[in-house]
Design a protein around this ligand. Structure first.
Ligand SMILES: *Cc1c(COP(=O)(O)O)cnc(C)c1O
Length: 370
């Protein structure tokens, strides 16, 4: 069997290590997973109730148009339902956007050390990926992206805002520069992947659903995997120009979003009480991390997401392994070109405390051995 050169060379996405696998491998009874930016709050009771109710209809196909969910999203975001496409996680939508708008040999533009799904989906489709570097303070370098756009044609520009795995963000003023630079290009989409925007605490973050009225090339990508805590069901959506959505819908599998996910999404997006709680838990977790990391003397980047990136100043794989042995799963990010960095998701309060205690011990031990 032969595959394309790109697929032959593709390195598959490496997910965070599972709790079950870690328990087994290290003979541990207690394992804390702070590796995949999952919600420490668990699933909202309202979502669970909605899923329970939807169980009675499992023998039916789901609504192929996610009608009610699109209605809700469009009213919340002040767009038309035709400006919304719902997907099996935002990962599916990244794949669909690339397959809809790019042909083999076309190019997409993004940053190195940004969310890795753009690269994997593009390469799988034979689409070229050009990456600019992050700035010195690990932010998307918007000027570098604009320079690339001036010399070459790109079908899609992907900006993760806030970015994973750095937790850094691009302010509205910079996003506006990028949108201005692309608005007359006609054949270039700008995708703002806002997987973490509900965790943002700064006031110069772009109001992207407002910007969509002014910039037809803008595509906003959202997920229900993070603050809305239904990662296991796979649910995401895009908000874009009606024409963009129409094209994506032409290649989308009709039943891509299952009925339980649709029911859960409807409940989750209306559960403001849960949303508030999830944000509070996240923010106090982050603040705790910052305080402890400062005490230990570890370099970190202030995060607008639900994780923090630290620099261990050594091969972070070693720190990762040492923490694993103590039952704490974190995420080394060498695949993102950050070989000494580790990403730690905000967990429950008790988990955060244990993670910082063990991190301190592990770093002490490793530094003293050298
Ligand atoms: C987690 C994450 C997503 C969400 O992916 P899903 O497929 O919706 O679970 C998208 N983009 C970024 C940057 C992420 O970190």
């Amino acid at each position: 069997m032969k595959v394309s050169k790109e697929i032959e060379q593709l390195i598959p996405y490496k997910p965070g290590k599972s709790i079950a696998a870690t328990k087994k491998e290290y003979g541990l009874s207690q394992v804390y997973k702070l590796a995949s930016n999952e919600s420490p709050v668990g699933t909202s009771p309202k979502v669970l109730a909605a899923i329970n109710e939807a169980l009675g209809n499992l023998h039916r196909y789901p609504d192929p148009n996610s009608t009610e969910l699109k209605q809700l999203i469009s009213s919340q975001s002040n767009v038309t339902p035709e400006q919304v496409v719902v997907g099996n996680g935002s990962n599916e939508l990244i794949d669909l956007l690339i397959r809809t708008f790019c042909q083999t040999e076309d190019k997409i533009l993004t940053s190195a050390s940004a969310f890795i799904a753009y690269k994997i989906c593009a390469k799988a489709a034979g689409v070229k990926v050009i990456e600019t570097l992050l700035t010195e303070d690990l932010k998307y370098d918007i000027s570098a992206l604009i320079s690339e756009l001036q010399v070459s044609h790109f079908k899609i520009v992907f900006v993760a805002n806030p970015n994973n795995p750095t937790g850094t963000y691009v302010p509205e003023s910079e996003i506006l520069k990028l949108l201005e630079a692309t608005k007359d290009l006609d054949d270039t989409l700008v995708v703002l992947d806002e997987a973490y925007n509900d965790f943002v605490r700064v006031d110069d973050f772009p109001n992207s659903t407002e910007l969509i009225k002014r910039y037809k090339q803008l595509v906003i990508l959202k997920t229900l995997s993070k603050v809305f805590a239904v990662a296991g069901l796979r649910l995401g959506y895009i908000i874009a120009d009606e024409k963009v959505c129409d094209y994506v819908n032409r290649i989308r599998n009709p039943f891509n979003v299952n009925s339980l996910a649709q029911a859960a999404g409807l409940a989750a997006l209306q559960d403001t009480e849960f949303l508030d709680k999830a944000r509070e838990v996240n923010w106090s977790g982050l603040d705790y991390f910052y305080t402890e990391l400062k005490k230990i003397g570890v370099t970190y980047w202030p995060s607008q997401a639900n994780f923090v990136l630290i620099d261990t100043k050594m091969d972070s794989g070693v720190v990762f392994e040492a923490l694993l042995k103590k039952g704490i799963i974190t995420r080394p990010v060498n695949a993102y070109g950050l070989p000494t960095h580790l990403r730690i998701s905000v967990g429950k309060e008790s988990e955060n405390i244990i993670a910082m205690q063990e991190l301190k011990k592990v770093l002490n031990e490793l530094n003293n051995n050298n």
